[in-house]
Design a binder for this molecule. Structure first.
Ligand code: TXA
Ligand code: MG
Length: 347
């Protein structure tokens, strides 16, 4: 049985206390962060962390992020050089996750036996209080493996009821895309996953940061160094087509060919859609906030396919495009997008 606990002002302290107790006793908890919901357990408890993989059907070679709420906790988890530590004192809490050399106290199950660990210091009141009380929490995003990340508690309850011990019922999260991950084990640092913390801000704080080949979202890693990146993520169950070219997108959604498609578009493009549409948002922050939520609306809709436009890859837009490409059935080039749509329609 899963306990679902409210976190409004009247219940906050009791609920956090209860969830922290469950974690300290080796249980699992779904909790909000500023990016997406996490599914966590005591980061130093091997058996508890095993339950995370079971609850999500997550492959054992896809490591977890360790969440902390102060710098003393960092000391137990990973090695960090003085210079980087000084910088992070001005940056954390925030959705910027660092890949660092791990300390022995972190069990191998958390890091899939790698000698590195992802460390994240979330900027969310509920997450911070929970970690303060329970200690470092190992947590991936709370979705079942291969599903889009969960950004609201209704979906969390629907998807994870009876799979975890407790769910904190905290409504919608702030950003809607996951944290940015930077590999700091070698210089120059490398961005492994774009996220809620922009590349521009990361560079202005950390200096030279290279964007890895995975940042665009076109390629999937096959190498052991970044195990998590080899899995398909974030995808709706229905086929989603990305049309990167703006004119071709408008042409398609205003044509009869889009009859069986749910259109996912910005406010500006909504007027072109001949059939059913979902407006992702007015600006890129709204689009990020709604993206995973709307992928699930697509799955629950009566349309057979989805079609989505591209967005400017500035700021959080880089993460948005990475997630869209990874979620898309086809994300190669404009012409091929259209050809693939034609092929599916003519099957
Ligand atoms: O915003 C977020 O980061 C959310 C919230 C819950 O904090 N968490 C999240 O976790 O997105 P997850 O597990 O869905 O994504 C973490 C990614 C995975 O692709 C994983 O493989 C990768 O980070 N990762 C974790 N530890 C790693 C390591 N030691 N080496 C390489 N990649 C690692
Ligand atoms: Mg995930």
């Amino acid at each position: 049985m899963t306990e679902v606990l409210d976190v409004d002002d009247a219940h906050l302290e009791d609920s956090i206390h209860r969830a922290a107790l469950i974690i300290k006793n080796g249980g699992t908890a779904v909790f909000p962060t500023e990016t997406v919901y996490g599914l966590g357990a005591d980061a130093f408890n091997e058996r508890a962390c095993k339950k995370i993989f079971e609850a999500k059907n997550r492959p054992a070679d896809n490591p977890l992020i360790v969440h902390i709420s102060n710098f003393n906790m960092l000391d137990d988890v990973a090695y960090i050089d003085e210079d980087l530590l000084d910088k992070m004192k001005n940056v954390w809490p925030s959705p910027l996750t660092l890949l660092l050399k791990k300390k022995n106290k972190v069990p191998g199950i958390v890091t899939s036996d790698l000698d590195t660990v992802c460390v994240r210091f979330p900027d969310n009141k509920i997450a911070s209080k929970l970690i303060d009380e329970a200690g470092p929490i190992a947590a991936p995003s709370a979705n079942l493996a291969t599903k889009p990340s969960i950004v609201d508690s209704v979906t969390a309850i629907k998807e994870l009821n009876n799979r975890v011990d407790v769910i904190l019922n905290a409504g919608r999260v702030k950003y809607g895309v996951e944290s940015t991950i930077i590999d700091c084990t070698e210089k120059p640092y490398e961005m492994l996953r774009p996220g809620a913390f922009s590349l521009e801000d990361t560079i202005s704080i950390l200096g030279d940061v290279h964007a890895s080949e995975y940042v665009g979202g076109y390629t999937e890693s096959k190498i052991a160094l970044t195990p998590g990146l080899k899995y398909r993520h974030y995808a709706p169950s229905k086929k989603l087509f990305l049309i990167e070219n703006k004119e071709k997108f408008r042409e398609f959604i205003s044509s009869d060919n889009s009859r069986d498609f749910l259109t996912l578009c910005s406010y500006d493009n909504a007027e072109y859609a001949k059939y059913d549409k979902i407006i992702l948002g007015k600006d890129i922050y709204e689009v990020a906030h709604n993206l995973f939520y709307d992928f699930r609306l697509l799955d629950n809709s009566d349309k057979e396919y989805g079609v989505i436009q591209s967005f400017d890859e500035k700021g959080i837009g880089l993460a948005v495009m990475n997630r869209i490409r990874k979620a898309s059935f086809t994300a190669v080039k404009d012409k091929e997008n259209i050809d693939k749509i034609d092929k599916v329609l003519n099957e």
